[in-house]
Design a protein around this ligand. Structure first.
Ligand SMILES: Nc1ncnc2c1ncn2[C@@H]1O[C@H](COP(=O)(O)OP(=O)(O)OP(=O)(O)O)[C@@H](O)[C@H]1O
Ligand SMILES: Cc1ncc(CO)c(N)n1
Length: 446
């Protein structure tokens, strides 16, 4: 028995690695599915344009499908860019022999505006491929073309989805709402005579390859045995995260980040382990005189672009406190449990993205002097200089303070302190790339 599930993508290559086969393979990997490919066309493409297209001979496309189905086996498949009518016919003739679910992304035009399907091939797509589809995933413009209707609202999208399903014989149709206006990205599924809506807040981010990655995510989850509606639900979460966390590369539409789905949980686990270990070592050092009245926290953030809010920063729940002659972590390491120190590290990362860990310790002139003697760079901010608009904005003091201190220093400061204010204890914050480096700096001042 084969333990790993397999998914096949029949699509074009995007040299920019954002859409097409490349997006599909990364998506399959993110879901733990073994990816198989049948390349239909090679495009020279980046985030701004498509500059060349070289179609693969139809018989070679068909042979790629046959080769993997007959040896390895395919649990689910998708089509992307099919480019011309001959490739469409060859693909249809080949896949109709097999019974795996087929997701059809009716790719017509790239985000950059380049046509990826010949005008005269739309009819072939409708005639030969759509009747074989378990699901068709048109965006607004593709759905307009396939239904002959104008689509401006979710209500229009519903009518178009139903019409496309009824006219083409596709088992289900989801009209994607990425290109409709509004606060939410709403996709409308028509399946078994009923409608279902999938909605997510529209996010600012990277949208090259959204359609490919979305349909690949549905395909991967069908391969894993999920029902259609559940597979779409997972894919919707996946694509929203991928858009929000895209790396800003290139000069045009930056690509969806398919890795976020697995990278974030994996990083969180590493952070949990490293920080827990460092907290244990800090307790062993028993630095009672370093613990301020409000207690110490020790934080470690996800890397950028994943570090967005305090929920992305791990800290010690209940902080680290004095306990007789020793120091003790009150609770375990968790994400989202630090407020002040998490904001400080997020603010610091805007200037020094690799410095993701910090600890706060009691302020005293001696500690600051000792740190300087040990060669640590020190900067500070004065809460009394805080502009009124910053004071009035919830959670703005610390980012302002860190920014002020960073800008005041000539070189990157290892330590930032402030002298407190009415009702605010003065404090020292020590920064490092990771908890181990932070602990080394703590040792220097012990
Ligand atoms: N800004 C956004 N915020 C959240 N979700 C979005 C956004 N843009 C698109 N989506 C979602 O991404 C998925 C893909 O939809 P979209 O309409 O962008 O596909 P597409 O136009 O085919 O993409 P492609 O660029 O690959 O051609 C859908 O679930 C859609 O709702
Ligand atoms: C190869 C390829 N397939 C699909 C898309 C969809 O955007 C693209 N840009 N490039």
């Amino acid at each position: 028995m084969r333990l790993v599930k397999t998914a096949l993508t029949i699509a074009g290559s995007d040299s920019g690695g954002g859409a097409g086969i490349e997006a599909d393979l990364k998506t399959f990997t993110a879901f733990g599915v073994h990816g198989l490919v049948a390349i239909t066309s090679v495009t020279a493409q980046n985030t701004t344009s498509v500059t060349a297209i070289h179609d693969i001979p139809p018989e070679v496309v068909a042979e790629q499908i046959r080769a993997v189905v007959e040896d390895i086996g395919v649990d689910a498949a998708k089509t992307g860019m099919l480019s011309n009518a001959e490739i469409i016919k060859a693909v249809a003739k080949t896949v109709e022999k097999y019974d795996f679910p087929l997701v059809v992304d009716p790719v017509m035009i790239a985000k950059s505006g380049a046509p990826l399907l010949r005008e005269d091939a739309v009819d072939a797509l409708v005639k030969y491929i759509l009747p074989l589809a378990t699901l068709v995933t048109p965006n607004r413009f593709e759905a307009e073309k396939l239904s002959g209707m104008e689509i401006k609202t979710v209500e229009d999208a519903r009518r178009a989805a139903k019409k496309i399903a009824e006219e083409t014989g596709a088992k289900a149709v989801i009209v994607k709402g990425g290109h409709l206006s509004g606060e939410y990205a709403i996709d409308v599924l028509y399946h078994n005579g009923t409608f279902k809506e999938y909605r997510a807040p529209k996010v600012e981010g990277c949208t090259h390859g959204t359609g490919c990655s979305f349909s690949a995510a549905i395909t991967a989850n069908l391969a894993k045995g999920l029902g259609l509606e559940d597979a779409i639900g997972v894919a919707k979460k996946f694509i929203t995260l991928g858009i929000a966390t895209g790396h800003r590369i290139g000069h045009g539409h930056c690509p969806v980040n398919q890795s976020a789905w697995i990278e974030i949980p994996a990083e969180k686990w590493r952070i949990y382990k490293e920080l827990s270990e460092a907290v244990r070592k800090f307790e062993e050092m028993s630095p009672v005189h370093l613990i301020p009245e409000v207690g110490t926290n020790f934080v470690y953030s996800l890397p950028l672009p994943y570090a967005r809010t305090i929920e992305d920063v791990a800290g010690v729940k209940g902080r680290i406190v004095k306990y007789g002659n020793s120091v003790k972590a009150v609770g375990p390491v968790e994400f989202g449990v630090s407020d002040h120190l998490a904001r400080a590290v997020l603010a610091y990362m805007r200037f020094y993205p690799e410095y993701r860990s910090a600890i706060n310790v009691r302020y005293s002139e001696e500690i600051v002097e000792l740190a300087k003697e040990q060669g640590l760079k020190v900067s500070f901010y004065d809460r009394r200089e805080e502009p009124i608009e910053v004071k009035e904005k919830e959670g703005a003091t610390i980012p302002w303070g860190i920014e002020t201190a960073v800008k005041r220093a000539k070189n990157r400061p290892d330590i930032i302190y402030h002298l407190g204010d009415i009702g605010k204890e003065p404090m020292i914050i020590i920064f490092g790339k990771n908890p181990r480096e932070v602990l080394e700096k703590v040792r220097l001042i012990l």
